[in-house]
Design a protein around this ligand. Structure first.
Ligand code: NIG
Ligand code: FE
Length: 405
């Protein structure tokens, strides 16, 4: 088996222990080694330690000198929308001039304009788009990512989106309930159709289902109906909730045993307490709040109350055209009042937990997948501190260098 020794690392940093998700004080617990090495065996991490303790290694080993670089776990983006055509740069300009996201959505722009562009792409171009977006994420250190459908909203384009995400190496989520497409008169009529015609095939391709529970999208009864049917088909559950209004997403997520409820910009103290008392992870998307100039989610209150949180980009053309988890970490440290170590755990082990992969991804420790980001900086925290410059020098995935700068 091919072995790779990454040696002379200035720092090797990883969320501590083996537990997932990390909550409360444990969110900031990291293992920090100065002057260290990481030994990868095939796709797995075999050993991590101090250079001073590195003995002779038997057998063939490829050595990589990483003098001056810091290693952190490969980043995990647990919430992205990479399967889309076109862009929304005109809408971006209109919003800069004062138009609101919800107004544009209500006027047939927003998500539905991306649905038109995505349906028009064709399978091959859709795959090329998703590949391109996956490459953008990788260049910022993302080695594991979830991708949602949701810009097709018809049988063919939804299934093709899921296939494209899978083909590009992503973890597919069926966001069949993202918006009500124009050919249906009501959310209920649309759900009749997708649950009847798409669910069976979508559940064979996807790992999870997601719904946009919001004024102007799907209400709590419709969300419950969609998610219940998806759970019965074997899918894990996610929700877009409390983005603009508190609409009962947290209570529904807790009741259905969802993996996560995502956004939470509008969540108040009752929602914070309910999430903290549950096993549902709150996925916070500060790039989306920034992009739409909305309030930030109550991250500090959630962590202090003991809730499990993760951070993600929400990469999409409308509300967060951002594929950089280092930028999200910077926002977490500046706008969400999280410490760098907390932000790191939220984009590694806790994000992996949302994807059901915390035993494989999110840590630099023996037995985990050999996914690493090498940062060119005097301290690993530069990944968040150096705003707009992530310092990513190399990305290792499954023991192989997949990006270098
Ligand atoms: O997570 N909120 C709903 N869905 C996406 C935005 C989709 C879009 O604007 O195209 C989100 O922000
Ligand atoms: Fe989203």
């Amino acid at each position: 088996m091919a072995r790779l020794l990454i040696r002379d690392l200035r720092q090797v940093v990883s969320p501590a222990g083996r537990a997932a998700p990390l909550r409360g004080r444990a969110l900031a617990d990291i293992d920090w080694i100065d002057d260290g090495y990481v030994l990868c065996s095939g796709e797995t991490i075999e050993a991590v330690g101090r250079m001073a303790d590195l003995g002779a290694i038997d057998g063939d080993v490829l050595e990589l000198s990483a003098r001056g670089l810091c290693a952190i776990p490969g980043l995990v983006d647990c919430h992205t929308h990479p399967a889309f055509g076109g862009d929304r740069v005109d809408e971006f300009s209109l919003r800069a001039g004062g138009a609101s996201y919800e107004e544009l959505h209500a006027a047939g722009g927003g998500i539905l304009s991306t649905v038109r562009a995505t349906r028009a792409l064709g399978a091959e171009s859709l795959r090329a788009r998703v590949e391109r977006h996956a490459g953008w994420m990788r260049s910022h250190g993302t080695t594991t990512w979830e991708g949602k459908s949701g810009y097709g909203l018809d049988r063919e384009t939804e299934l093709e989106s899921l296939r494209a995400i899978r083909a590009a190496g992503g973890v597919p989520t069926w966001l069949g309930a993202h918006a009500v497409p124009p050919e249906y008169e009501s959310g209920g009529a649309y759900l009749d159709a997708v649950l009847g015609e798409v669910l069976t095939e979508a559940s064979a391709l996807a790992e999870a289902a997601d719904v946009f529970l919001e004024r102007g999208a799907f209400d709590v009864l419709q969300a419950r109906r969609y998610l219940t049917a998806c759970a019965a088909a074997g899918l894990a559950l996610r929700l877009h909730g409390d983005q603009f209004t508190e609409s009962g997403a947290i209570a529904l997520a807790v009741d259905l045993g969802a993996r996560s409820v995502d956004h939470l910009e509008a969540t108040g103290p009752t929602g914070v307490a309910a999430l903290a008392a549950s096993t549902v992870t709150g996925v916070l998307l500060p790039a989306s709040a920034l992009f739409l100039d909305r309030p930030m989610p109550p991250a500090r209150a959630l962590v202090d109350a003991g809730a499990a949180i993760a951070l993600a980009t929400d990469f999409n053309p409308g509300s967060a055209f951002c594929d950089s988890l280092p930028l999200v970490m910077a926002l977490a440290c500046t706008k969400l009042r999280l410490a760098p170590a907390e932000a790191l755990a939220a984009v590694t082990v806790n994000a992996a937990h949302v994807l059901g992969r915390a035993d494989l991804a999110g840590r630099v420790a023996p037995g985990y997948r050999a996914d690493l980001v090498l940062i060119d900086a005097p301290d690993w925290r530069y990944v968040a501190y150096h705003l707009g410059t992530d310092g990513v020098r190399a990305v290792v995935k499954d023991g192989r260098i997949v990006h270098q700068r």
